[in-house]
Design a protein around this ligand. Structure first.
Ligand code: NAD
Length: 435
């Protein structure tokens, strides 16, 4: 067990064979976990306990396709930890969903909930599929069968799913309905990220982008940057990226570049984000062909001379190969796992302040928690109340993580892991190990 090695001096990241595992997210998460565990001298038994998911569910999901054929998809639900409360985490539909990815994302949820102070454990789910080639009916049947297969896993007091990549309010509505049909009552609190009319929360759709904005502003204050004089580049223009960009713009930042799968778009005078959002909405959620900025590559976007770089697309975007090109003073991780451990070392050496994913994008799970509370109370808050409470929790979490960074003289990422692991380990010690 790697608890006692000096991970600061020694590169713990083992570059494996040419392509395979190079960006394995579970490996990537574990490296940070090991480092923080070492730093707080975590008991070896607790280390073993916390590094392993508590349960892994793999289920075959047969679906009647529109052409009458039957296809079987692989579905996953990993419960990483339930020490602080019921487990919580999104469900993603994508061709590259695999067990390692779901395990990493489940553990991330445990740490994220602990960092931001919501009483949940961590989980994640997914189905390996290509939703872009499936009809709405096929997606509905797949969602319902996945939910039915996992009826014993899900529950408002047990495990509460939410949207993630390629899953949305509609999919959450089907999940809630399927669960409710099985338990013979409407159980809105079984899932978050639902449509408002079905017990969703005001502000949930904007919550992750809002958390990115709040933590970015807090980081700017720490290093003496003013929003009104700062430039920002945002990678990814989906839920997190487009809303994060809009809210930072509202705070006075100049958003000079955005990107999506179609490439990057740069305008030194600032992109009109509302206009770009409208363009994407009317062009199949894509910025392809957007005329309000000049096209650049995604690699060029990452290397722009800006104050803030917000990677809000997917994992492994800032790597050992391109981290040295990053010129931003702050990297604000809207996406999960956008920076590899190798890149972390380079960014830290170059004095870049990285707001780690488990803090920067925790706004989503925070408002998911609010949604769950509101569903259970049957009493719904105004958007203003949601936003005020979210801003307060994100600010507090930021200050705690920044405090840990200073106390241990580490990056904010390791500071966040230290806080999270300590909290879960303390709770575990108090609960004890059931014989
Ligand atoms: P989304 O599907 O709405 O948007 C993803 C965006 O990234 C799209 O614009 C897509 O075109 C773009 N993209 C994909 N690959 C890219 C690439 N290689 N280069 C540039 N752009 C690329 O997804 P989302 O909900 O915005 O989630 C984005 C990230 O944030 C994911 O890592 C997700 O796990 C994380 N996250 C989301 C939430 C949430 O509430 N939505 C919460 C926490 C974390």
């Amino acid at each position: 067990m790697p608890l006692k090695q000096d991970v600061r001096k020694k590169a713990v990241y083992q570059e494996p064979g040419p392509i395979l595992d190079h960006d394995n997210p579970f490996q990537s998460m574990m490296e940070r976990f090991d480092y923080a565990a070492e730093l707080i001298d975590l008991d070896p038994g607790l280390y073993e306990y916390l590094k392993s998911p508590s349960r892994i569910h793999i289920t075959s999901v047969p679906v009647s396709m529109d052409d009458k054929s039957i296809r079987v998809f692989q579905g996953y639900r990993v419960i990483h930890n339930e020490v602080l409360g019921p487990s919580k985490g999104g469900i993603r539909f994508a061709p590259d969903v695999d067990l390692d990815e779901v395990k990493a994302l489940a553990a991330w949820m445990t740490w994220k909930c602990a960092v931001v102070g919501v009483p949940f454990g961590g989980a994640k789910g997914g189905i390996t599929c290509d939703p872009s080639t499936m009809s709405s009916g096929e997606l509905e049947r797949m969602t319902r069968r996945y939910t039915a297969n996992l009826m014993d896993v899900f529950g408002p007091d047990k495990d509460i799913p939410a949207p993630d990549m390629n899953t949305n309010e509609q999919i959450m509505a089907w999940l809630m309905d399927t669960y409710s049909m099985h338990v013979r009552r409407t159980e809105t609190a079984v899932v978050t990220g639902k449509p408002l009319i079905l017990g969703g929360s005001a502000g949930r759709r904007e919550a992750t982008g809002r958390g990115v904005m709040t933590t970015t502003l807090a980081a700017m204050e720490r290093i003496g940057l003013r929003a009104s004089q700062s430039t920002v580049a945002v990678q990814g223009f989906g839920n997190v990226g487009s809303i994060g960009a809009q809210l930072l713009r509202e705070q006075g930042c100049k958003i000079v570049a955005v990107s999506d799968v179609s490439g990057g778009y740069y305008n030194a005078n600032g992109i009109d984000i509302e206009d770009a959002v409208r363009y994407a909405e009317s062009h199949g959620r894509s910025l392809e062909g957007y005329g309000g900025a000049e096209p650049i590559s995604n690699e060029e976007l990452l290397a722009l001379e800006v104050d803030v770089l917000a990677p809000c697309a997917k994992e492994n975007q800032i790597t050992g190969k391109n981290a040295a090109n990053v010129k931003a003073k702050i990297v604000s991780e809207g996406a999960n796992g956008p920076t590899t451990p190798e890149a972390d070392t380079i960014l830290e050496a170059n004095g870049v302040l990285v707001i780690p994913d488990i803090l920067a994008n925790a706004g989503g799970v925070t408002v998911s928690y609010f949604e769950w509370v509101q569903d259970r109370q049957g009493y719904f808050w105004t958007a203003d109340r949601v936003n005020r409470r979210l801003d307060r929790m994100m600010r507090e979490a930021f200050e705690k993580v920044y405090g840990a960074k200073e106390e241990y003289n580490v990056s904010m990422r390791i500071g966040a892991y230290v806080i999270a692991i300590k909290k879960v380990a303390d709770a575990l010690r108090m609960r004890g190990i059931y014989a």
